[in-house]
Design a protein around this ligand. Structure first.
Ligand SMILES: *[C@@H]1O[C@H](CO)[C@@H](O)[C@H](O)[C@H]1NC(C)=O
Ligand SMILES: *[C@@H]1O[C@H](CO)[C@@H](O)[C@H](O)[C@H]1NC(C)=O
Length: 599
């Protein structure tokens, strides 16, 4: 059969022209930067990559140009509709772990949509992607596994860490979160199952502070696990061996630190997360002057707890130097908080020795006092005092030391008994009671107990989320959640943007102040010691602005020239969830002279 090419071309032209008209009406102008220039991907791979996938939000033109037309249902969807679909499905789910798996599935398919959904409902979903549910997800990691996320480096890779980093597909990483899985939340040694933690933390870097997801790298260092359950678990995913605690472990961490700096530059932020107590302190001391690093369990927790105390001061109207603090627990969290409180006290003129005297610690062997049988380690020495008399229980300690604040970080369950809370209520007009242990069932007491047993007088904060409490007189009090997520994203944003090389503890002191300032008087009256989580993006940005000003003023920033308008500078870098536009800048529709950029 003869083919009339002229007719065929004319029909084709008509078809394309009609497509053009259809899409020009329906297409929203592309406001975001065009990715065409730096994405060579086309076709199906573009849809399989969560970073470039837009799902049904690919416009008709994009579908045609990128070679994915027909691979999606015909409708072009807005991100609003896509988000609504996931939100509706999430609402139907009751099991937190099911929600976690579902959310992580969105992250694996469409990253921007994931963050859109997460950020829109951060108060509800943070407890899913982060503590407490992330802990549950970690204990089941090998069982609920779908796709690998993050980078796994095992002790067998010693000598080749740099080449493993080279396998990571992103070239511009500015923040690394690393764990060796030895002390995941309050749950213990989870080995490589701990990967959920760096992944979750970095989700919050992006959701809370707008740090670009491709700049974040989650890492698990696998040196084995001492958890017998895991060593017998057929689904376990790490090395089936006991933890290597030899010099090889230290050498591996050294090699890792150097490889990161070698590949991504010396101002790459490396956040240590959920290492065992002993190693956490050791590595912090070892690396803090040589790398841009911090330990969130020590410094982040300290900062958020101090922020709570500072907000409580505002409610009580007594300066921090007039407080006496009794800790339940004497591990890294307690010591981190204690040291930061000492810094805050000395800032107002008190000597370090005087400040330390105001802080007491009680661990599983009792009060930390001189000459007690059980050893105290060097990190604790500053807070080991002369024995104040016979102390048999935590209640005795409260009655003897008469603290204005008790802070629970022991991770050992409900140890702030009714008697302890009542005693605090008798000793103080406005007792400060922080039960910071995670997850929820490890909290030292519930806000319900704390408020009802003190007739609503106490200032309460918890580590895990709790709902508001209605008192018998009808007052509704909202417990503060001393969530590290108030601190580390804002600190990380400031550090990355201003190229801080060593993160001094004073940065965390400033972060605590910047956070406490953001609690309104009205929120204080409602019992809140922290701003609402729903506002966390703005809270982190405000904090970052304060911190960037601080680090430049103190000569800690190495990004030159110094941005004069810090506010504008920070806000301009913040990532958002608008989809990229994939149309080439100067793409002309055949014969029509249509350029999407020009619209
Ligand atoms: C060992 O792993 C299991 C399963 O992940 C976890 O539930 C448990 O808490 C861990 N035990 C210890 C002692 O770390
Ligand atoms: C990485 O950063 C450099 C310098 O800021 C930039 O020129 C380059 O385009 C970035 N690469 C990617 C893949 O974003």
């Amino acid at each position: 059969m003869e083919i009339d090419y002229a007719v065929v071309f004319f029909l084709l032209y008509l078809f394309l022209f009609s497509q053009q008209l259809r899409t020009t009406w329906s297409l929203k102008p592309c406001v975001s930067v065009c990715r065409w220039a730096h994405t060579k991907e086309k076709g199906k791979p573009l849809m399989l990559n969560p970073r470039t996938n837009k799902g049904m939000a690919f416009s008709l033109q994009e579908r045609q140009i990128l070679g994915i037309h027909g691979l999606l249902p015909p409708k072009v969807e807005t991100q609003d509709i896509q988000a609504l679909r996931f939100q509706n499905n999430l609402k139907k789910m009751t099991d937190p772990l099911e929600k976690y798996i579902y959310l992580m599935g969105i992250q694996e398919r469409n990253e921007r949509l994931f963050y859109r959904v997460l950020m829109e409902d951060i108060e509800e979903l943070m407890p899913i992607v982060y503590t407490p549910t992330v802990g549950l997800a970690c204990t089941h990691y090998g069982h609920i596994f779908r796709r690998p996320k993050g980078l796994f480096i095992s002790i067998l890779d010693k000598g080749h860490v740099r080449s493993i980093l080279d396998n990571w597909p992103e070239t511009n990483v500015s923040a690394v979160v690393v764990t060796d899985g030895e002390r995941i939340l309050g749950l213990g040694d989870l080995g490589v199952y701990g990967m959920g933690i760096p992944v979750g933390k970095l989700c919050l870097y992006t959701a809370c502070a707008g740090i670009r997801p491709e700049k974040c790298l989650p890492v698990v260092i696998d040196v084995g696990t001492d958890n017998e359950t895991l060593l017998e678990d057929p689904f376990y995913m790490g090395l089936y061996q006991k933890r290597d605690r030899s010099q090889a472990y230290d050498d591996l961490i050294d090699e890792f630190m150097e490889a990161v700096v070698d590949k991504y530059g010396q101002d790459t932020l490396i956040q240590f997360e959920d290492f065992g107590n002993h190693n956490a302190f050791r590595f912090l001391r070892k690396y803090r002057e040589k790398f841009c690093t911090f330990n969130d369990d020590i410094q982040g927790t300290a900062s958020v707890a101090l922020a709570g105390l500072l907000a409580a001061q505002r409610a009580i109207g007594k300066p921090i130097t007039e407080h006496r603090v009794l800790f339940l627990g004497a591990g890294e969290a307690a010591l981190g908080i204690a040291n930061l409180i000492v810094m805050a006290m000395t800032e107002t003129g008190m000597t370090q020795a005087e400040a330390r005297k105001k802080i007491w610690m009680y661990d599983k062997y009792g009060l930390l006092v001189k000459g007690r049988q059980q050893e105290t380690d060097t990190n604790q020495e500053a807070f080991v005092h002369e024995s104040p008399g016979n102390v048999e229980s935590f209640l005795d300690a409260v009655n003897t030391i008469k603290p204005t604040a008790i802070i629970g970080v022991a991770g050992a369950g409900r140890l702030f008994t009714h008697d302890v809370i009542k005693a605090m209520g008798i000793l103080n007009e406005r007792p400060i009671i922080f039960s910071l242990s995670n997850p929820t069932n490890k909290a030292e007491c519930t806000p319900n107990d704390a408020y009802t047993l003190t007739n609503g007088r106490c200032l309460f904060a918890s580590g895990s989320p709790f709902g508001p409490v209605t008192l018998s007189d009808g007052r509704v009090l909202t417990p503060g959640q001393g969530n590290n997520a108030y601190i580390f994203p804002g600190v990380a944003l400031a550090v990355i943007l201003s190229r801080v090389r060593h993160i001094s503890d004073t940065v965390f002191l400033e972060a605590a102040k910047a956070l406490a300032e953001q609690v309104t008087d009205k929120e204080l009256e409602e019992g809140r010691l922290y701003p609402p989580l729903s506002n966390i993006r703005e809270v982190s940005i405000q904090m970052a602005i304060k911190l960037v000003e601080y680090v430049y003023a103190k000569g800690m920033a190495f990004r030159y020239p110094e941005p004069l308008d810090k506010n504008g500078f920070i806000r301009a870098t913040v990532w958002n969830t608008n989809y990229d536009c994939f149309l080439p800048d100067t793409y002309d529709w055949p014969g029509i002279g249509f350029s999407p950029k020009a619209k």
